[in-house]
Design a protein around this ligand. Structure first.
Ligand code: PLP
Length: 458
C-alpha cells in the first residue's frame, strides 16, 4: 500500500495538486507520525490550531460523552448545558474586557462574518443605518468566506475572487520590521524605533482615514490584536491600542478584535487583548478554542448591546445551522476545563520565554533570517534576500513554500506566508506549538528549525 497521496490519486480534492502528501497515522503531544512511522515536530499545530497537543485522550472522551447524549439540537429550539457552562466560563474569563455574551460558529471565517454583521445590525438598531463601512488592516487575515476575505489584507488570496469581493477601507498593520519610518536592520534598533514611534504613526493613519471617509458612515474597525501569519507575529507598538481606542471612541466606531489565531492562550494570556488594556466591543475566537478537535469559533459581545438588539429587532438576525450546537460547545468546554485542570497558562509561561529567546539567539545570525519576533507560544521568522537592505526575495523564487516543504521533509511542520513585505514579495514562517510543549521539546524545535535553515538552498 502506498503511504503518500499525490493528485490524481484517490478521490479527495487535495489542497495542492502538485504536492505529495504523507498520510498521517497519529500524534502524541507535539509530535505527529505518518503511516511509514516517520516522526514530525508539529511546530505550527497545523495552522496554529493544536493548542493542547495531539492524542489528548481526556479531551476526546469529554467531547464523545456529549456526542453520545444528543446528536444535535437547533439553537432556535433548545438550549444546552454544555453551551451554558461554556458561556459562563468564557464570560468569566472576559469579565475584565467587559464582554459577557457568547455565540458559537463553526469556523473563524464564519465568526468574523457574524461579528461584522452584529456590529452592522447594532448600528441599525441604535438608529444609525448609515454606519456600514468596515476598516481593516493590511497585511492581515480574517478568513476566506467572501466578506472575511474582503476584510483581509492578502492580495494574492483575492486575485481570482476580486469581482466577488466587497469594498473595505484599510490602514497599515503594525509591523516593526517594515515600519516605513525605519531604515535600520539592527533588531534592537528596530524594536526601539517601533515602540517609540509606531503608535503615533499608525494612529495618525487611522484618524486621517476616518476624517476622509466620515465617521458617520463607518461601523467598525477589525484587527488581529496580535498579527498572526500576516506579519509573522508582530505585537503592536507600545501605546497603540490606547490611541486606537480613544480615536474609535471619539468617532463612535466599534472595535472588533479578531483573536481567532492569537486568542485562547496563544500569547500567554487567554485573550491577547489583556496584554494591552484593550476593551473591544466584539471579540472573535477560533482555532485554539477547539484545540483542533472539532471546528468551533466564538463571538463575544456585550450584554448592553444585546439589550439594544432585543428592544429593536428581538435578537441577532444572523443564523447558521451549527450556531450553539452542543457538540461544538462540548469541545470548547473540554478545552477550557483542560486549561484550568492542567494549569496550561501557568505551565506555558516559562517555556515561552525560553522558546522565544532561544529562537532569537540561534536564528538571528543565520543566512536569510531578517527578523525573529513573537509573544507567548507564537513566533515569526521573516526571510530576506539581503539582510542589510531588508530586501525580500522576489515572489517567483517561492522561498516560503519551498522552505516549508524542505522543513517538512526533515520532520518539522511550519506555517508559511508570503507577500507581506510589499503586497507581492516577502517570505515568512510562523510557529505556534502546543502550549503544553516542554522546555526540552522547545529545544528540539529550535534545533530542527536551525538545521532546516542551514541546509536550505534556494
Ligand atoms: C486571525 C484569523 N482570523 C480568521 C481566520 C479564519 O479562520 P478559519 O480558517 O477557521 O475560517 C484565521 C485563519 O487562519 C485567522 O488567522
Amino acid at each position: 500500500m502506498k503511504h503518500t497521496l499525490h493528485y490524481p490519486d484517490g478521490h479527495t480534492l487535495l489542497r495542492n495538486l502538485n504536492k505529495t502528501y504523507p498520510i498521517v497515522s497519529h500524534g502524541k503531544g507535539v509530535h505527529l507520525f505518518d503511516e511509514t512511522g516517520k516522526r514530525y515536530f508539529d511546530a505550527s499545530g497545523g495552522a496554529l490550531v493544536v493548542n493542547l497537543g495531539h492524542g489528548h485522550a481526556e479531551l476526546a472522551t469529554a467531547i464523545a460523552e456529549q456526542m453520545g447524549k444528543v446528536a444535535y439540537v437547533n439553537g432556535m429550539q433548545f438550549a444546552s448545558r454544555a453551551m451554558e457552562e461554556l458561556s459562563d466560563r468564557l464570560a468569566k474569563l472576559a469579565a475584565p474586557l467587559g464582554l459577557d455574551r457568547v455565540t458559537l460558529l463553526a469556523s473563524g471565517s464564519e465568526a468574523v462574518e457574524a461579528a461584522i454583521k452584529f456590529a452592522r445590525q447594532l448600528w441599525v438598531d441604535r438608529g444609525y443605518p448609515n454606519k456600514h463601512k468596515i476598516i481593516s488592516r493590511t497585511p492581515g487575515y480574517h478568513g476566506n468566506t467572501l466578506y472575511a476575505l474582503s476584510a483581509s489584507g492578502r492580495p494574492h488570496y483575492k486575485k481570482v475572487y476580486g469581482p466577488l469581493l466587497s469594498p473595505v477601507l484599510t490602514v497599515s498593520t503594525p509591523y516593526g520590521y517594515r515600519l516605513p519610518l525605519s531604515r535600520s536592520n539592527d533588531p534592537d534598533e528596530i524594536l526601539r524605533e517601533y515602540h517609540e514611534q509606531g503608535a503615533e504613526f499608525y494612529a495618525q493613519e487611522l484618524e486621517s482615514l476616518i476624517e476622509r471617509e466620515g465617521a458617520s458612515t463607518i461601523s467598525s474597525f477589525i484587527f488581529e490584536t496580535v498579527s498572526g501569519s500576516s506579519t509573522g507575529a508582530w505585537v503592536p507598538p507600545k501605546g497603540y491600542f490606547d490611541r486606537i481606542q480613544s480615536i474609535c471612541k471619539k468617532h463612535e466606531i466599534l472595535l472588533i478584535a479578531d483573536e481567532v489565531l492569537c486568542g485562547s492562550g496563544r500569547t500567554g494570556k487567554f485573550f491577547a487583548a489583556e496584554h494591552y488594556g484593550l476593551k473591544p466591543d466584539l471579540l472573535v475566537l477560533g482555532k485554539g478554542l477547539n484545540a483542533g478537535l472539532m471546528p468551533v469559533a466564538a463571538v463575544l459581545v456585550k450584554k448592553s448591546d444585546v439589550d439594544t438588539m432585543k428592544a429593536a429587532s428581538q435578537g441577532f438576525l444572523h443564523a447558521q445551522t451549527y450556531m450553539l450546537a452542543p457538540s461544538m460547545a462540548a469541545t470548547a468546554l473540554a478545552v477550557l476545563r483542560t486549561f484550568e485542570k492542567e494549569k496550561v497558562l501557568e505551565r506555558a509561561a516559562p517555556v515561552s520565554v525560553h522558546f522565544l529567546s532561544e529562537l532569537k539567539h540561534h536564528l538571528h545570525s543565520l543566512p536569510y533570517v531578517g527578523s525573529v519576533t513573537g509573544i507567548g507560544h507564537m513566533a515569526g521568522i521573516e526571510f530576506v534576500e539581503d539582510k542589510a537592505q531588508k530586501k525580500p526575495f522576489p515572489v517567483s523564487k517561492k522561498f516560503a513554500p519551498k522552505f516549508v516543504q524542505h522543513a517538512q521533509d526533515r520532520g518539522l511542520i511550519l506555517w508559511p506566508n508570503y507577500g507581506q513585505a510589499d503586497g507581492v514579495n516577502g517570505d515568512l514562517v510562523i510557529l505556534g506549538p502546543s502550549l503544553l510543549m516542554t522546555s526540552g521539546e522547545s529545544d528540539e524545535c529550535v534545533a530542527l528549525l536551525k538545521s532546516a535553515i542551514e541546509t536550505f538552498e534556494i
